[in-house]
Design a protein around this ligand. Structure first.
Ligand SMILES: Cc1cc2nc3c(=O)[nH]c(=O)nc-3n(C[C@H](O)[C@H](O)[C@H](O)COP(=O)(O)OP(=O)(O)OC[C@H]3O[C@@H](n4cnc5c(N)ncnc54)[C@H](O)[C@@H]3O)c2cc1C
Length: 450
C-alpha cells in the first residue's frame, strides 16, 4: 500500500470512521481498510492490493447510493478526486470520480452550458451517470449515460483503461448503465447542453387539494412536450423551522417543474396545474440553471433513509386512485412517494447504444422512509404493500439509480435491465471481472444465477 499517495485508514482510527460513512446512514460499512484515492495510481494500487489479498473492492464518493455493507472490503473513497475541466468549444466536461454535480453546474454555467445532473446537486456525478442518470432535463435530452463520450476506469486486473465508442466498445456499452460492476471509474468525459435558465420551481398543494392536483397532473403529463421535465413528491413535512412556514407540519404534494423552452411557453404549460387546486406555495419562475437544485430542494445533511423503487408503464386514472389510497393524505403511510415523469428522450435509443434499463417506463415510483431507529422489517412490509397495490401498472423492474439497500439482490438488479442486455452485461462482467471483485454494489454476477 506504500505507493498510495492518499491516506489509508484501518479500523479504530478517526479517519476510518470519518471516511467509511456517507450521506445515507442506513448502512454502517465495516471495511477491512479505507483508501482515500487522490489520483489514478492510487486506484490502480488499491485494486491490485485488494485482488492480491482476496478482498472485494467497494467504492464510495458521497454515500448517496449505498447497496450492500462494505464489510471486510477494501473501500476506495474517491472524494479527493475532485477535478472538473470544461471545454466550452466542444461543449464537454471532463469530470473526476469524486466530483459532485454542483461543481460541474458551476463550471459550465459561465458558458451558458449545463450538465445532465439530477435533482440534488450534492450527488456524485460519476455514480449517478454510470447508473443511467434521471435528470432535470431528462425528457428533452435522455439519460445522463446517453451523453458520455469516454470513461476512464481501472478494471479488476488493475489496469487503467480509457474506453470509448471505438476503444473497447463492449466495456463502454456496459459501464454506461451497468454502473459500478466493471471497474472503478476514475473520470468521465460528458456532453454539456446549451441551457442557461429554466422556467422552474415547485407548486405545493395541501392535503385537501392533493386528489385534484394529482389527477390533473397525471392527465397533464399525457400532452406535455419533451422540454417539460416534472415530478411529484407526496410527503408529511416535519414541523421544523427549516421547513417553509406554509408547509410546516402538513401533508404536502410538491409538484416540481423544470421547463427548458421559453419562459412564456413554460408559463402556459404550467397554467392548468395552477388552476387545478388551491396552492399553499408557488415558486415556479424563471431560474438560472445554477439554481436548479432549488426545484426539488432535497436535504443535504446525512441521515438514514430506506428507499425502494419500481417503474410504472402508465399512470392512468386507476393508478392515480391506487396511489392516493396507498400513499395519499388519508393513507397514514410510513413513507413519502415520488413520481418522476419519464418518456420523451428517455424512451429513445441514444446515438451510441448503452446498457441503461427502464427506457420503456412512463414513470419512476420511489418510496422513502426515515430509517433512524425504525423497525426495518415493518418498513419493508409497508413498502411491499405499496408495490403490491401498484402491481397492475408496474413494468418488470425498477430504475437502477433509485434501487435501495433492500433492492440489492440479483433478481431485482436483473429486472432493471432488458433481458437481452442483462445477458450481454453478464458476458462483459465475465470478461473483465470474472472473480466478481466489484460485488459490493447492485451486483451483476459474472455467471447467471437463478
Ligand atoms: C437525495 C438524492 C437525490 C437523488 N437524485 C437522483 C436523480 O435525480 N436522478 C438519479 O438518477 N439518481 C438520483 N439519486 C440516486 C443517485 O444517483 C445514486 O444513488 C448514485 O449511485 C449516487 O452516487 P454517489 O457517488 O453520489 O453515491 P455513493 O454512495 O458514493 O456511490 C453509489 C454507488 O455508486 C458506485 N460508484 C460511485 N462512484 C464510483 C466510481 N468512481 N467507480 C465505480 N463505482 C462507483 C459505487 O458502487 C457505490 O456503491 C439520488 C439519490 C439521493 C440520495
Amino acid at each position: 500500500m506504500n505507493v498510495i499517495s492518499g491516506a489509508v485508514h484501518r479500523p479504530g482510527t478517526a479517519g476510518y470512521d470519518a471516511r467509511r460513512s456517507g450521506y445515507n446512514l442506513v448502512i454502517e460499512h465495516r471495511p477491512a481498510v479505507v483508501v482515500e484515492a487522490v489520483e489514478v495510481d492510487d486506484v490502480t494500487a488499491a485494486v491490485r492490493a485488494a485482488a492480491d489479498a482476496g478482498l472485494p473492492v467497494a467504492v464510495q464518493a458521497t454515500g448517496h447510493g449505498p447497496s450492500l455493507p462494505a464489510d471486510g472490503a477494501l473501500l476506495i473513497d474517491t472524494a479527493g478526486m475532485s477535478g472538473v475541466q470544461v471545454d466550452p468549444g466542444a461543449a464537454t466536461a471532463w469530470v473526476a470520480a469524486g466530483v459532485r454535480w454542483q461543481q460541474v453546474i458551476a463550471a459550465a454555467a459561465p458558458y451558458g452550458l449545463a450538465p445532465l445532473n439530477g435533482s440534488s446537486p450534492v450527488v456524485g456525478a460519476v455514480g449517478y451517470t454510470m447508473g443511467g442518470g434521471i435528470g432535470m432535463l431528462g425528457r428533452r435530452f435522455g439519460f445522463a449515460a446517453d451523453h458520455v463520450r469516454a470513461v476512464d476506469l481501472v478494471t479488476a486486473d488493475g489496469r487503467p483503461r480509457r474506453v470509448t465508442a471505438d476503444r473497447e466498445p463492449e466495456l463502454f456499452w456496459a459501464v454506461r448503465g451497468g454502473k459500478c460492476n466493471f471497474g472503478v471509474v476514475t473520470a468521465m468525459e460528458i456532453d454539456l447542453v446549451p441551457v442557461a435558465q429554466l422556467y422552474g420551481g415547485g407548486l405545493y398543494f395541501g392535503a385537501d387539494a392533493v386528489p385534484d392536483a394529482l389527477r390533473a397532473y397525471a392527465e397533464w403529463t399525457r400532452s406535455v412536450p419533451d422540454e417539460m421535465t416534472s415530478s411529484v413528491l407526496m410527503v408529511d413535512v416535519p414541523d421544523i423551522e427549516a421547513a417553509p412556514e406554509p408547509l410546516r407540519g402538513r401533508y404536502v404534494m410538491h409538484l416540481r417543474i423544470a421547463y427548458c423552452g421559453s419562459p412564456e411557453e413554460g408559463e402556459r404549460w404550467v397554467a392548468p396545474l395552477r388552476d387545478a387546486a388551491p396552492r399553499l406555495m408557488d415558486t415556479v419562475a424563471v431560474l438560472p440553471y445554477e439554481r436548479v437544485g432549488s426545484i426539488h430542494h432535497e436535504p443535504t445533511a446525512p441521515g438514514a433513509s430506506y428507499n425502494r423503487n419500481v417503474a410504472l408503464g402508465a399512470l392512468d386514472a386507476g393508478a392515480v386512485e391506487a396511489l392516493l389510497a396507498a400513499a395519499g393524505p388519508r393513507a397514514g403511510a410510513p413513507f413519502a412517494v415520488e413520481l418522476r415523469h419519464l418518456g420523451g428522450a428517455y424512451a429513445r435509443p441514444p446515438a451510441v447504444p448503452n446498457a441503461v434499463g427502464g427506457r420503456d417506463a412512463a414513470f419512476s415510483l420511489s418510496s422513502m422512509s426515515l430509517a433512524a431507529g425504525a423497525d426495518l422489517d415493518a418498513l419493508r412490509a409497508a413498502h411491499d404493500g405499496l408495490h403490491e397495490r401498484m402491481r397492475p401498472w408496474r413494468t418488470a423492474g425498477g430504475l437502477l439509480n433509485f434501487l435501495g439497500v433492500q433492492d440489492a439482490t440479483v433478481g431485482t438488479v436483473r429486472a432493471a435491465f432488458d433481458a437481452a442486455d442483462y445477458d450481454r452485461l453478464i458476458a462483459v462482467k465475465a470478461t473483465y471481472d470474472p472473480d466478481n471483485l466489484f460485488r459490493v454494489n447492485h451486483n451483476i454476477p459474472p455467471r447467471r444465477s437463478s
